[in-house]
Design a protein around this ligand. Structure first.
Ligand SMILES: Cc1ncc(COP(=O)(O)O)c(C=O)c1O
Length: 372
């Protein structure tokens, strides 16, 4: 967010900013969603809805999971939330008590750590390096002094884009079930994957209905600001989720719910798959272009829209380096320290969710900068 602020400031003074820092698509919601929004404004009251979301949306999300992964979902198992961010805070409150240990991967999405810490949980970060695709493994869990109350995984992950192989995710889910650990599987980047030779998207509910699966319309569906996410929640958690959600937010945004009904159909999918094809082109540009600039150590970008790079040969202060790159080139990047407080001063995240021409231009400018 600091980078965004600096980038916005530079856009005002120089007008030449290329934002490769944002973790969001550069495209609006798909056309059927936009049409449905207008229709909903004309025809719906748009007052409060059911706390867990309108039934037709929960039905559509349940069908989406069945069509994608093959497991059946009852609409009552779907909890619609205010973005997946809303799902995380709600779930952490419902599932954990202050002092509980919750395990996350490092590097990882910082809001897990920050939200858990704010709720008084003890966050244990597993140091995940290139040898495990920056992802936690069963061996790491076995090495813990005692089973934690929770484990949060993300596949594809932010900031690395790396994925957990289906067999490993299944093994993690079984380990969690056997040790009374709540597995929380952040699957919000599903749908954005590349042919990296490793992938095969799988969902935690293929193995364990005791786990919680998190989804969102933000990434594949290109609807970040609509603030709509969901979770598949086991029955034991739903009463607490219901009571907390009705007190905290009453319901997720009504207009987004009516609109999102149309995000899962064939017409929207065709448009959204077009975005993924553009991300694939952008990804290849970076995977080919960055090594030519001497940035050779890249996490395997299995999915999402990020390239996570080691820049230890250029700096040991990623935040200052990113500020300098922005000041000299207009290219905004996310410093790794946001995602990894131990090693992140030697890493940087490139987001390739933007226009292909912007990625090409950013590589040219970085080339000039690094040649100096
Ligand atoms: C891994 C991950 N999870 C969750 C979120 C939050 O997304 P939202 O609240 O928009 O669904 C993000 C946002 O960047 C993310 O990268």
């Amino acid at each position: 967010m600091d980078v965004w602020k600096a980038a916005a400031q530079r856009a005002r003074t120089h007008g030449d900013v290329l934002v490769l820092a944002a973790g969001q698509p550069s495209t609006p919601a798909p056309v059927p969603v936009l049409r449905a929004t207008e229709a909903a404004i004309a025809s719906e009251l748009l007052g409060y809805t059911e706390t867990f979301g309108i039934l037709p949306l929960r039905e559509v999300i349940a069908e989406h999971h069945t069509a994608t992964y093959g497991y059946s979902v009852d609409p009552d198992e779907v909890v619609v939330t205010t973005g997946s961010s809303g799902a995380f805070s709600l779930l952490f409150l419902a599932a954990f008590d202050p002092g509980d240990t919750v395990v996350v991967a490092r590097p990882g999405y910082p809001a897990y750590r920050n939200t858990l810490t704010a709720l008084g949980c003890r966050v244990v970060e597993l140091d995940c390096g290139a040898e495990t695709r920056f992802q936690p493994t069963v061996a790491m869990l076995d090495a813990l002094p005692e089973p934690p109350a929770g484990l949060v995984v993300a596949s594809p992950a932010n900031p690395t884009g790396t994925m957990i192989a289906p067999a490993e995710l299944a093994a993690l889910a079984r380990w969690c079930d056997a040790h009374g650990t709540l597995l929380i599987s952040d699957e919000i980047y599903h749908g954005i994957t590349y042919d990296s030779g490793h992938t095969g998207t799988s969902s935690a509910w293929e193995t364990s209905r005791e786990s919680v699966v998190i989804g969102s319309v933000s990434k594949y569906f290109s609807m970040t600001g609509w603030r709509l996410g969901w979770m598949l929640a086991p029955s034991g958690l739903r009463p607490a989720l219901q009571r907390l959600a009705s007190n905290l937010t009453v319901c997720p945004p009504a207009i987004s719910q009516y609109a999102a009904l149309y995000a899962f159909g064939a017409e929207a999918k065709a448009e959204l798959d077009g975005h993924v094809r553009r991300y694939a082109v952008n990804r290849q540009l970076l995977l080919d272009g960055l090594p030519k600039l001497g940035i050779t150590e890249l996490a395997p970008a299995d999915g999402a829209f990020y390239a996570y790079a080691n820049i230890g040969h250029l700096t040991d202060d990623a935040r200052t380096w990113c500020a300098d790159v922005l000041a000299n080139t207009g290219v905004a990047l996310a410093p790794g320290i946001d995602f990894d407080t131990v090693h992140g001063n030697r890493t940087v995240r490139f987001s390739f969710a933007g226009a292909t021409a912007d990625i090409e231009e950013a590589l040219v400018r970085l080339g000039h900068y690094l040649a100096v």
